[in-house]
Structure formats: structure tokens, C-alpha cells
Design a protein around this ligand. Structure first.
Ligand SMILES: [Zn+2]
Length: 198
């Protein structure tokens, strides 16, 4: 359940640091030459670079950064959501070929914004997969995990041992499950179990 955009900014592979639930790192550069203005730009998917006057009080800077951070998160969500259903389709095809030998068949996979209590859902009888837009700003490996989870339901509707055998063919399944569990405190409930323990 996630998105990308057509031309990502310098996309970097997730590292342990930026896999934190809030994966936007803010880098502050103070400059004596800068007078009153503070500027910010996303230098890659995970890093917001903020330039500020050397003498700007820290408290004022933090308030400005909080606004920049919010803007950056919305921008990243927009970048991923733009044209994202096609991206979902490409990802699903690639994962299906790699992990399931192309065995899964579906009619549609798309993002939805009305799915606030689950990350993803699948209706095997109709071959439809829906992915929550809330995954828009999460790392790719988390998105891919949710896609794999829903694809696996096409082959095995229940959360059976056979289902989890399929899911764990995705090498980063364990890490993605941990990531999603860490988001639990944000009210990001998992509708359907994301791990065998659920
Ligand atoms: Zn499930």
C-alpha cells in the first residue's frame, strides 16, 4: 500500500536510519552571510536541507522547521501518489514474477483514500487489491511488503501457514512488519494481520 511518482528525486535505498517511522531527516546549515530568510529543499527522498541565518534563535528556527517538515511530507505524498496506480501495477508484476513465478492473477490494484483502518485489502473473488494512501510517505520496502501480502491472498485467501510461506518469500517481510507495528501508536491499525502472531 504505497506510492511513487514518475521522476523521483535522488531516491536512495532505505538505510537503518531512515527506516524510522518519521523517516524525514532535517539537515540544518547556518550561515553568517544569510540575513533574514530561511529556505528549505528536499535534497533527496529522505533529507530536508534547511538554510538559516547564523543568529536566528533556535526556538524560532524549530518552529519554521516544523512547518517545512509538514510541507515536505505533503510534497513527498504528492510525488508518490501522482500516477501511482501504474506504479503499483508495475511493482505487483515484478514481485509476482520474482516471488510467485507469476502465479497470482488480479484485475486491479490501486490506491484508495477511504481506507483508514487498514494498510491494504484484497478481494480474491474479484481480483481486486486496494492500498491505503497513508503508505504514501513510507519507504519502498514497506509498500512492497504490503503488495506482496495482498498478492499472496490471491493465492491463499486465509492467514494460513501456506499464506505466510508465500509472504516470507519477500526478503524484507520481517523488517516491514516491524516498521508497520512501530506505526501502531499513530492509530495506524492493521486491518488484517500483518504477521503470523496477529
Ligand atoms: Zn492479510
Amino acid at each position: 500500500m504505497v506510492r511513487r511518482r514518475t521522476t523521483p528525486p535522488d531516491t536512495v535505498p532505505p538505510t537503518p536510519h531512515n527506516e524510522e517511522p518519521d523517516d524525514l531527516h532535517v539537515r540544518v546549515i547556518r550561515s553568517a552571510r544569510r540575513k533574514r530568510t530561511v529556505s528549505a529543499r528536499l535534497i533527496n527522498w529522505y533529507t530536508l536541507e534547511v538554510r538559516a541565518p547564523a543568529d536566528l534563535p533556535e526556538e524560532a528556527l524549530q518552529r519554521i522547521i516544523a512547518r517545512f517538515r509538514e510541507t515536505a511530507r505533503r510534497r513527498r505524498a504528492g510525488m508518490r501518489s501522482y500516477g501511482s496506480d501504474a506504479d503499483l501495477q508495475r511493482r505487483a508484476e515484478r514481485l509476482n514474477a520474482t516471488l510467485f513465478g507469476g502465479a497470482a492473477r488480479w484485475r486491479s490494484i490501486r490506491y484508495v483514500t477511504n481506507q483508514n483502518t487498514r494498510w491494504g485489502s484484497c478481494t480474491p473473488s474479484r481480483g481486486t487489491i486496494r492500498i491505503s494512501h497513508r503508505l504514501a510517505t513510507r519507504p519502498d520496502f514497506v509498500l512492497d511488503y504490503v503488495i506482496v501480502h495482498e498478492l499472496a491472498h490471491l493465492l491463499e485467501p486465509g492467514h494460513t501457514p501456506a499464506f505466510w510461506e508465500l509472504v516470507y518469500r519477500y526478503p524484507r517481510a520481517e523488517r516491514a512488519i516491524g516498521y508497520l507495528m512501530a506505526l501502531g501508536h499513530e492509530g495506524a491499525a492493521i486491518d488484517d494481520p500483518i504477521s503470523p502472531e496477529d
